[in-house]
Design a protein. Structure first.
Length: 475
């Protein structure tokens, strides 16, 4: 009995994705792999991985080579280990050789494979969906994403016949003078039926000036086999362009920033005093009626609420800012959380999960590290609060320091509600200052302070029980 052969149309096949990320990128003039250079605060390859993941493929396969460990780490940070696999290209012998490295993993897969480049960071998932749709609706063995460029120098040209059907891709160095006049170029993004791809790759020969195996030859081989090969012409050349030099990387950064700011102004209701001198991450969120001043930087996944003012010279990274918050000039806020109606700065530094509760205020040259400042509390001048918990309606005088490090480990300082810490107080942790207490100026507090007490001196001692004083006033 003959074994039944089941034909699977492209529209019924699962999707695999290959991301080519093995090259060094010599034109970057860098010891770092090209796909690790950052755009918008994230590696180039992270942008490609995010678009790929949105297609919900069966697996994302990343071809690695140069600095493989670092590339893998960047991909895993973006995708996690469950959806991604890594394939090592032993030698960089061209794009065809890179894809051939995946043959042991994919040659038996009854899938459609989408091939992307790790240095094309602006590619949108919507474009990839249209490419896949075009491929499947035409029952293609292979589909090439192309664009038209005013200056196509350096790119492979799409050669068509008199009926406007695909003939072949010719690289710049192998193109005739007539072919160099063609403006339609190969973007380097492809769809193939997996089995047909590897069958054709086995016949690719390095018959070019570079001595490399060109993936572009696969399309012509498939066509000679009688397979349907199509071209999907896209209308945005910049979206599918790769980053090859640091100059291009700067251009992409500028484009990404301008698009982000324009969207926030037109759709988000955010005011930028000088958009050309402001940096905003594409992943940041800013609420309506907020005002961003020149030279402000909002990085990473920061969230800024409504009605905020972010003044000049301030940098905010991976932090959350509530509504109606004023961040004055030249503040640095990293990995921190600021509730609504707070004021920060100028020249304040918040870091390592610092937290300001509603209505709190910190001022000139105040540093807060791994500490929380309670509702309505203030630390306005020249203060360091490290590993501290500050209660509500407490005032921290100028020059206060929580001495949190004993030379071996960090210790906690707790200052309860309604406390007044006098100027130049040193709080030697671990230590607690009880509710309603006061420290005199210049005190060195080495022991816990009971509630409603006045302490002063070096070391600080109890001078008065404020609770007794209050009882006398009542009497």
């Amino acid at each position: 009995m003959q074994k039944e052969v089941r034909l699977i149309r492209p529209s019924d096949r699962s999707l695999d994705i290959l991301i080519l990320a093995a090259g060094l990128g010599t034109r970057m003039k860098s010891g770092k792999a090209k796909v690790l250079h950052q755009l918008g605060g994230r590696p180039l390859i992270a942008h490609v991985c995010r678009a790929a993941e949105l297609l919900k493929p069966g697996k994302i396969h990343v071809i690695v080579g140069h600095q493989a460990d670092k590339v893998e780490a960047a991909v895993l940070e973006e995708l996690g280990p469950k959806r991604v696999a890594f394939i090592k290209q032993a030698q960089q012998l061209g794009t065809g050789d890179a894809v051939m490295s995946a043959r042991p993993t994919l040659h038996d897969a009854e899938s459609t494979v989408l091939i992307l480049s790790g240095d094309v960071p602006l590619i949108r998932v919507e474009t990839l969906r249209l490419l896949l749709k075009h491929h499947r609706e035409n029952n293609s063995g292979g589909t090439i994403l192309s664009v038209r460029m005013e200056n196509p120098t350096g790119y492979g040209r799409i050669v068509r016949d008199q009926q406007d059907r695909f003939l072949r891709i010719v690289e710049q160095k192998e193109a005739s003078p007539e072919e160099k006049q063609i403006r339609e170029i190969n973007s380097g993004i492809y769809c193939f039926e997996t089995g047909k791809l590897f069958s054709a790759l086995e016949r690719v020969q390095p018959k070019n000036q570079q001595g490399e195996y060109y993936l572009t030859d696969v399309a012509e081989i498939l066509r000679s086999d009688g397979e349907e090969v199509n071209v999907y012409l896209h209308n945005d050349a910049r979206e599918v362009s790769g980053v090859n030099t640091r100059a291009e990387l700067a251009e992409f950064e500028n484009l990404l920033r301008r698009n982000t700011i324009r969207g926030l102004m037109l759709e988000g209701g955010v005011t930028f005093i000088d958009p050309s001198h402001t940096y905003i991450s594409a992943e940041a969120e800013i609420g309506r009626d907020s005002i961003i001043y020149p030279d402000a930087q909002i990085e990473g996944t920061s969230v800024i609420g409504e009605g905020c003012e972010i003044r000049s010279g301030t940098r905010i990274s991976n932090s959350r800012i509530g509504n109606n918050v004023l961040i004055k000039d030249h503040c640095l806020i990293v990995d921190s959380d600021i509730d609504s109606n707070c004021s920060v700065g100028p020249f304040a530094h918040l870091r390592m999960n610092a937290r300001l509760e509603e209505g709190a205020a910190v001022g000139n040259f105040v540093e807060i590290k791994k500490s929380s400042v309670g509702r309505g509390s203030k630390a306005m001048h020249l203060t360091y609060l490290g590993d501290a918990t500050i209660g509500e309606q407490t005032n921290i005088g100028a020059g206060t320091v929580t001495c949190n490090y004993d030379g071996r480990q960090k210790h906690q300082t707790v200052i309860e509600d309604n406390v007044k810490i006098g100027s130049d107080t040193m709080l030697v942790a671990p230590v607690r200052v009880g509710r309603g207490s006061v420290t005199g100026a210049g005190s060195v507090v080495t022991r816990d302070v009971p509630p409603d007490s006045l302490v002063a001196g070096v070391p600080a001692v109890i001078k008065k029980h404020l609770g007794e004083r209050n009882d006398e006033k009542k009497g």
